[in-house]
Design a protein around this ligand. Structure first.
Ligand SMILES: *[C@@H]1O[C@H](CO)[C@@H](O)[C@H](O)[C@H]1NC(C)=O
Length: 389
């Protein structure tokens, strides 16, 4: 499923006009205070550790409010990508001294996890005299983020006992996630038993994490057992559970089975949403079943469901690859009606495809539309236009 992941990662920005930045962006001067929003936009294009740190300082980012947290997470990503754990430490340790440490601590622990610095997350947890359950949950999540899933059960059992912390639903959900993401989904059953003993009621997240894990390991008998347990715990299998199951089956290249679930939803009078269709369309595309993907796309459209731009773009990509240029054109028009224009290379592939099948009118028409939207990129189309009769 590496392809799906790669597509998801690279498709979203394709349709957006390129942001003007880099050369135009002002450099942050630590002497001048800036807002968190300004910091966020500066951090998007800044990779140099020293300048990342000075932007964060200038904005006095606090992990206790919202745009700040996004900015901090971005800063930590850049600093760790630059291979500078010292800068990560300098940024994050500073947050604990300058703000209300008790509230900031769980966020700092998660950020260390994101940087892959689990020993630092641990140190931050232990620096508190009386660590909270939120800090413990953050530490368990940090293990997952830093891909040290095996640490989770040990830390869970040791620390709940040695610090006298009562685990809550979030704690158990994180433990289950760690097991399910590391190929030990079957441990879910014993964790659930313990939750029952501790009188912690599981919720839909508990079960959807478990289901995703069992699907990944292709333990289909266990999936039936989980669905039965959901009923027993009065967790109704709603839209989100169906979407998790459909996505999981598509990832296993079992899109036909996923489509059976869509039928089951309808039989139960449940309405699929665009996410349901998005999973199925991409699933069928990856399996090379373009006809199924087309049918589902039309059905989604007929139901008035509007997906995100990436759904259009990936469908156009696969249709072009499969030589279905007319349908690609139809999807492209729908996408452009919503002001989502696929990136140049995808558009060029579509235009070349239309030309190769002698659809010159359509090719000219689509070039004209793109040029109208991005007049500054008109130059890029000259070569392609040269191939038109
Ligand atoms: C389940 O509980 C956790 C922990 O309280 C919460 O974060 C999550 O959003 C809940 N899930 C659902 C689907 O309500």
């Amino acid at each position: 499923m590496a392809l799906l992941v790669r597509l998801r990662r690279c498709l979203p920005p394709l349709g957006l006009p390129l942001p003007r930045r880099l050369s135009a962006a002002p450099t942050a001067d630590p002497a001048e205070p800036i807002t968190a929003v300004a910091a966020l936009s500066l951090l998007r294009s800044e990779k140099d550790p020293a300048r990342v740190l000075s932007i964060c300082r200038a904005a006095a980012l606090s992990p206790n409010s919202y745009p700040d947290r996004t900015a901090l997470s971005l800063a930590v990503s850049s600093l760790s990508a630059a291979g500078s754990p010292t800068s990560v430490r300098s940024l994050l340790d500073g947050l604990l001294s300058s703000t209300s440490a008790a509230v900031a601590r769980p966020h700092v622990i998660v950020l260390f996890g994101q940087a892959g610095m689990l020993p630092d997350a641990l140190r931050t947890f232990e620096a508190s005299q009386t660590p909270s359950v939120r800090s413990l949950n953050a530490l368990l999540f940090a293990c997952i983020l830093s891909k040290k899933h095996a640490e989770v059960p040990r830390i869970f059992y040791d620390f709940t006992i040695s610090y006298g912390i009562n685990p809550n639903l979030d704690t158990y959900n994180t433990v289950i996630k760690a097991f399910c993401e590391s190929g030990s989904s079957r441990c879910f059953f014993s964790v659930l038993e313990e939750m029952v003993r501790m009188r912690i009621k599981p919720n839909l997240t508990t079960f959807s994490v478990a289901l995703a894990g069992f699907y990944r390991e292709q333990l289909f008998d266990d999936i039936r057992k989980v669905l039965w347990l959901m009923k027993k715990h009065k967790c109704h299998a709603g839209l989100s559970i169906y979407n998790v199951r459909i996505l999981s089956l598509c990832k296993l290249k079992k899109s036909n089975e996923a489509k059976e679930l869509l039928k089951e939803m309808r039989m139960r009078g449940m309405k699929p949403n665009w996410v349901t269709y998005d999973h199925l369309i991409l699933g069928f595309c990856i399996e090379g079943c373009l006809d199924e993907a087309k049918v589902l796309f039309r059905e989604m459209d007929k139901r008035g469901l509007v997906p995100e731009s990436r759904c259009y773009f990936s469908l156009i990509y696969f249709l072009c690859k499969g030589g279905a240029f007319e349908m690609a054109l139809e999807v492209c028009r729908k996408s452009m009606e919503r002001n989502w224009v696929p990136c140049f290379s995808l558009m060029r592939e579509l235009v070349n495809g239309l030309v190769s099948t002698s659809k010159f009118e359509e090719a000219r028409d689509i070039i004209a539309k793109v040029k109208e939207k991005f007049p500054t990129n008109a130059e890029m189309w000259r070569e392609v236009e040269g191939t038109l009769p």
